[in-house]
Structures are given as C-alpha cells and as structure tokens.
Ligand binder design. Sequence first.
Ligand code: SF4
Length: 322
Amino acid sequence: MPQEELSDLQRQVLELKRQRNALILAHNYQRYEVQQIADFVGDSLQLARKSAEVSGFDMIVFAGVKFMAEMTAILAEGTPVYIPSREALCPLAGWIGPAKVRAAKERHPGAPVVVYVNTTAATKAECDAICTSSNAVEVVESLGAETVLFGPDKNLAEYVRRQTGVKVIDIEPLGHCYVHQQFKLEHIERMRALHPDAIVIAHPECPPEVQGAADIIGSTGKMVKIVAEPPEKKFIIATEVGLVEQLQHAHPDKVILPAYEGAVCRQMKKTTLEGILRVLRDLPPENLVTVPDEVKDRVREVINAMNALHSAAESAVVAAGK
Ligand code: SF4
C-alpha cells in the first residue's frame, strides 16, 4: 500500500497488531482504510497461497468473507484465525452445498467436480478440485476430462467453457455473484464512448456479454498486475469498486474508472477498522474461525493441489522465459 497519512483508529489497530504479534490479511474488495493497515492484500488465490506460508505469528485477522477465512484457518493450522464480522458471508457460496454437489455427481457419474473457492469448506470437501477466478481454466484443463461439473458461478463456468472447449455442466444453473451480475453491456458501451482510449478489464464473474465487450478478462490479481504495467494509462474496471479505489491510490498517475459505481459487495464491507480493533483487543471466541475436523484434511488436500498447480504453471512460465 502507498505510504499515506493514517487515522488515529488505524494507528491504534497497528499498535494492537504489534502487541498481539498478529498478521492481517485483506481481500482486494475490502474498504480502503482496511487495506491500508493490512500486511498483505490480494485475490483469493494469492491469499490462499500466503496463508500456506504463514509462520511466526500468534494470530491472524482475516479481512474478507468467511469462506476465505476458513481456507486460511485450514492452511495456517496452529495459528488462530479471527474474522472481524461473523456476518461477512458470500452469497455466491450459498448457491451450492454438499447435497447439491452429491446430487450432481449422481446425475453425471464419473464426471469430476470442480468448485470455485467461493464455497463453504463442507462443499469443497465433496469435490475433486477447486479453483479461483485466476486459475479456473488451468484447473479444469489439468483434469483432462471431456465433461466437468462446475459451480457455483454460471458466468465463470461459461468463461471456462469458452476457453477450454470442455463440456462444463453447471451444478447450479442460476448461481451468480450479485455484485458482478449487475454489470450490463450498456455500462461498458457508455464508458467506452466517454473514454475511447481506455482499456476495459472485466472479471469472469460478469455476465458473458460484458466479458465479450472487454479487452481483457481477469481476476482482481490479474487486474492489479495489468494496471501496474506500462504503457497504458487509462482503465475501465468491471469488478467490485474496492479494487478500483485501491488501484487509483496505487497509481495516482493513471486514470482508473469503475465500469459501474454501484458494484459494491455489502458483505466485504462488513469488515471495519472498529471490528478489527475489537477482535485484536478482545479475542472474542465467537469470531474465531473453525472448520470441522471431518472436512479439514480433504479440503487442505484440494487447496494444496490448487496452489501446487499454480506454482508449476509459474515455473513453466519462468522456464519458457516469459
Ligand atoms: S463480490 Fe460476489 S463473490 Fe465476492 S464476496 Fe461479494 S458476493 Fe461473494
């Protein structure tokens, strides 16, 4: 995060963080004042990978939604993980549960199941592989299957279908993220007419027609990378507005515009500085993130497989000199 003036509340959080020997992880959609005091900010894949490397801290505060905090609790086992708001639940994760996955498997025996990380730990335990929006295509391709069951996001499923040619069957044909579903083709067309020199980047959770109108489709992690690269100076971003604010602060010399200003994730915004201060001060047991023992090992396996696939892909890129 760029060095900017911090508020008294932010300083209090940082002081308590130091006293508690705590690590604060934050998602790209968090409030900017929360991102500023975090040790690490990223997309869900980056946060999962970071969680697997954590050592030397007495606690972790996870500024994000619950399914992400669960992954951290599994990967950073031994380090207590606190979530500042227990109401920070991703509605997309509510579209499919273990029973729906089992029913899909019965309808399509033999087809591997890939679920998006935006699912509960119990749902992940039912699947063969998990993916994020950064690596969904690679994960599905790595299975080498003709047919794959996929969920819960229908727009990400469509993106994978188009990119891979694999028969991707929706576990829940209506599953979507209400934040990204709000983006309309008109938003992109209006912004392009106003800013014809801007590069349009859309998240793969956006509807297919919005993805089709974008110059680049990518996760928030990819957006951060692209915006940081020269020479382009102007971007229209179709994802949650928290990322747009982060990018504008990080690149004051560039113009970064939201494709639609109403794209706000209410659940991500439930995490506040006050909530972070409270968990650091009181260590409330009800904010401690726990995952049932019976699913932990299986979920750790699928998350580690996803992280390993990503590392292998990175090494291949380096080896190829890209
Ligand atoms: S932006 Fe969408 S997918 Fe992400 S946490 Fe909010 S509701 Fe869930």
